[in-house]
Write a protein that binds this ligand. Structure first.
Ligand SMILES: [Zn+2]
Ligand SMILES: [Zn+2]
Length: 366
């Protein structure tokens, strides 16, 4: 690599998904930035439940077995969709000021022209795709991404590892926006994981009063450190009564982040009439919900997906910056690239990750 990443024939190491439980570390060409894109030398990559599910129980979303209708990608795919790094090259039409910048990327690539995109809902664009999900991603030395899905973070005081937290933070920002929650609201966050923890931070910053629920007391401690004013141990005989007592006469906003049948049933059973329940956690399989309660209790059950990069990404960077240098309680030291299967994908797939958010170093950092 002495001739640099942009030299003809330059190669890099990458973690390439070939099929179920088949992630291979391979040498591949360094990608070239297309129009509107930047070439990023990766500094850290977040691994999440989506990655673990694609590796352990997929691939379903990643176009390994079938061609992606927009990107055209078909075949083995470099994983990594939550990433940060240093811009070392720019494509046509990209401003020179990006050169050398430390950036975080949400990897989103909506078309920018359809009715949804122009109405500010680019996350439901029918031509939406994302780096590391529908095209090669960042579990490598280098990745390319649209400049419009990157935000400069060094001037905000964000470090090169924690910068990869901006993408999951943008998911939380979007979920909070979808809910309509505002300052002074009482909100419940059920499930203090890789999105729930960030959601607590977003909601506390918004001025909401956060009640955190989780099965794990250590995670409730983290919730408290992030500013939750009350914590409740989930899954016990008294959880429902404690929740009702916690919101009192107020109609809360309920974020169900656990993604479990039990979690959503509890929410639907226990919330007062008129409550908005935001279903953030992705269910692993279909399960029954008591829809009669949704109707007669006039509940609003709403979904939330990805982020609107035009609005959520810069807010997410600002929110990560608010706690810069102090994210180790959520994301401890990144794991080495060579341990990506054992210490990231496998432990998340098994539901026992030691960290709330697992970060991975690029190959060159080992
Ligand atoms: Zn993710
Ligand atoms: Zn669009």
């Amino acid at each position: 690599m002495s001739a640099g990443p942009r030299a003809p024939g330059a190669t890099m190491q990458a973690a390439v998904l070939h099929g179920r439980r088949d992630l291979r570390i391979e040498r591949v060409p360094v990608p070239r930035p297309g129009p509107g894109e930047v070439l990023i030398e990766v500094t850290s990559v977040g691994v999440c439940g989506t990655d673990a599910a694609e590796w352990g129980n997929g691939p379903k979303l990643m176009p390994v077995e079938a061609r992606h209708p927009v990107t055209g990608h078909h075949g083995p795919l470099i994983m990594g969709h939550e990433f940060a790094g240093r811009v070392v090259g720019i494509g046509a039409g990209v401003g020179e000021h990006w050169q050398g910048a430390l950036v975080a990327s949400c990897g989103a690539a909506p078309c920018g022209e359809c009715a949804e995109c122009t109405a500010g809902r680019s996350n439901v664009c029918r031509r939406y795709w994302a780096v590391g999900l529908h095209r090669d991603g960042a579990l490598a030395d280098y990745v390319t991404a649209p400049a419009a899905s990157c935000v400069e973070v060094e001037s905000l005081g964000i470090g090169e590892h924690e910068a990869a937290l901006v993408q999951p933070m943008s998911i939380a920002v979007h979920a909070a926006r979808r809910s309509g929650a505002s300052a002074g609201d009482r909100v419940v966050v059920q499930g203090v994981g890789g999105v729930g923890a960030f959601l607590i931070h977003v909601l506390v910053a918004l001025g909401a009063e956060v009640i955190a629920v989780d099965l794990d007391r250590a995670r409730l401690d983290v919730a408290q450190q992030l500013g939750a004013s009350r914590t409740i141990v989930g899954g016990s005989d008294t959880t429902a009564a404690e929740l009702e007592q916690a919101w009192g006469d107020v109609i809360p906003v309920f974020f169900e982040v656990s993604g479990t049948a039990r979690g959503l049933s509890l929410a639907v059973d226990v919330v007062p009439m008129g409550t908005t329940v935001v279903v953030v956690g992705i269910a692993k399989e279909p399960y029954p919900v008591d829809m009669a309660r949704i109707t007669v209790r006039e509940l609003s059950l709403i979904g939330t997906n990805a982020m609107v990069r035009e609005t959520d990404l810069t807010d997410a960077a600002r929110l990560v910056a608010e706690r810069a240098g102090r994210w180790d309680l959520v994301a401890p030291l990144p794991v080495p690239f060579s341990a990506v299967v054992r210490d990231a994908l496998a432990v998340i797939a098994d539901g026992r990750p030691p960290a709330i958010k697992t970060l991975v170093l690029p190959p060159s950092a080992v």
